[in-house]
Each structure stands twice: as structure tokens, then as C-alpha cells.
Design a protein around this ligand. Structure first.
Ligand SMILES: [Zn+2]
Ligand SMILES: [Zn+2]
Length: 242
């Protein structure tokens, strides 16, 4: 630690991003809050990242795929990972990042994305791209939470961030307000690739905060594949359990 960092720690000690308790190390969450987060750990599907039901009392071989992935032959995504389950606790963490201007928590949350995506960073991706929000919503909210996560992830992994190639053409209704089928409809043709030459032949990691039905990631992946992306990965903070 440099002298400047030591001084900064005294003046502005690191705090738990959830409860605000002062921490001895800058690691995001205090032990109590850490334990309250439902982190995804083994066993989970090594293709789509879906956690397996632990109570099932089954022995899972490592690198096992879930039933869905075993049946599929073509995949939009080569690998997908998420840091934790989307529940009341993680919802709060994400809402803090989105609406309460807790941009400080972005760095800690980006670290969680980094840990969750370790298998993906090993594939040497070329670009990290945030799921874009429409410019009208950007004006209202002032920042795109996924782009903020990408900024810190790019610093940590040394992988180039690309904020402009993938764009959102339509200002859709927020997905959380819709049910499964209408979500897909709502997103139809919502995304486009502005600079296909940046995408062609590239290994791309898409970043979003929450994956519920996977519709948003699915739509982004479709246009990126069409633009010639060679490999596609996704890392999200939270995902629904099913
Ligand atoms: Zn805490
Ligand atoms: Zn799977």
C-alpha cells in the first residue's frame, strides 16, 4: 500500500457496500453481509452457469452440463456465468448500484463479476461489452450501471471495453414490469450493431447486472452473432434460480 493509499484509508475508510460498516480491507462486503449473499458455487452447469439444486443429494462430476444444455446442439453463448442468485438480498445490492448513485459499489461488484467469470477470462476474450441502455434512459439515470461494471472489469482484466458497437435502438419498457413472453416481444429488434467491423471474428464478453429470463442477453447475442462474433460469453451479477 502506498502512503497515499494509507492516508486515504484513514480519511475515507473502506465500507461494506451493503450495510456501511467500516472494513479493515477493501473487499466490498462485511462478513455478515457476505454470508447473506447467495453466491453461486459448485455444483452448477459449466455451460450456462445455472446452479444445480444442492439438496438433490447427487454427486455431480465436474464440468457437468444441465439438462437444457445437454439437449441443445447450437448455443448462442459459448459460456455463461453469474456471481449470485437473484433474491431480496442481491436485489438490494443491484438497486443501490442502479438508482441510489452508489457508484462506489461498482468496483466491488466488478470484482465479484471477475471471480464468477474466471473460466471465461481464461478463454482470452478480445472485448467486454455492456448491455446498452437507451440514450433517453441514460439521460434520466445519468449512467449505465453495466457500463460502469465494464469499466472496472476492463481495468482488472486488461481486456478492451467497447461501449459503442452495440446499441439500443428502441427505448423498451423495463423488463421487470413484463412477463416472460411479452419480454421477448418487447425486445424484438431493440438492439443493433453499429460498428460490425469491431465485432467480426472477435471473442466477446457481454456484461449485465441481472439475468432473469435471459431475453435481453439472448437478443444482444443474436445481433452480435449476426455481425460475425466468433465466440460469445456472458457474465452477470445475479441470475434467477430457474
Ligand atoms: Zn455489511
Ligand atoms: Zn446449462
Amino acid at each position: 500500500m502506498t502512503l497515499w493509499q494509507k492516508l486515504l484509508n484513514i480519511l475515507l475508510p473502506p465500507r461494506c457496500i451493503k450495510c456501511g460498516k467500516i472494513l479493515s480491507e477493501k473487499n466490498g462486503l462485511c462478513p455478515e453481509c457476505f454470508n447473506s449473499v447467495n453466491f453461486i458455487s459448485e455444483p452448477y452447469c459449466h455451460k450456462c452457469g445455472r446452479p444445480f439444486v444442492k439438496e438433490a443429494n447427487l454427486k455431480f462430476a465436474s464440468k457437468q452440463y444441465c439438462g437444457n444444455c445437454l439437449q441443445q446442439k447450437k448455443f448462442l453463448f459459448d459460456l455463461q456465468r453469474s456471481a449470485f442468485i437473484y433474491d431480496d438480498v442481491s436485489k438490494d445490492l443491484i438497486l443501490d448500484l442502479k438508482f441510489r448513485d452508489k457508484t462506489i459499489s461498482a468496483e466491488a461488484l466488478a470484482n465479484m463479476l471477475y471471480m464468477a467469470g474466471k473460466d471465461i477470462w481464461e478463454q482470452n476474450p478480445d472485448l467486454i461489452i455492456p448491455v446498452p441502455i437507451h440514450r433517453l434512459r441514460l439521460i434520466k439515470r445519468r449512467f449505465n450501471q453495466s457500463a460502469l461494471l465494464v469499466k472496472y472489469l476492463s481495468l482488472k482484466t486488461n481486456i478492451q471495453a467497447d461501449y459503442s458497437s452495440l446499441t439500443r435502438k428502441r427505448n423498451t419498457i423495463p423488463q421487470v414490469q413484463l412477463s416472460g413472453l411479452t419480454r421477448r416481444k418487447n425486445l424484438r429488434q431493440a438492439f443493433s450493431v453499429k460498428y460490425p467491423h469491431n465485432i467480426k471474428g472477435k471473442k466477446i464478453v457481454l456484461i449485465d447486472d441481472v439475468e432473469t429470463t435471459g431475453s435481453t442477453l439472448h437478443e444482444c447475442a443474436k445481433v452480435l452473432r449476426k455481425a460475425g462474433a466468433e465466440k460469445l460469453y456472458s457474465v452477470t451479477l445475479a441470475r434467477a434460480e430457474t
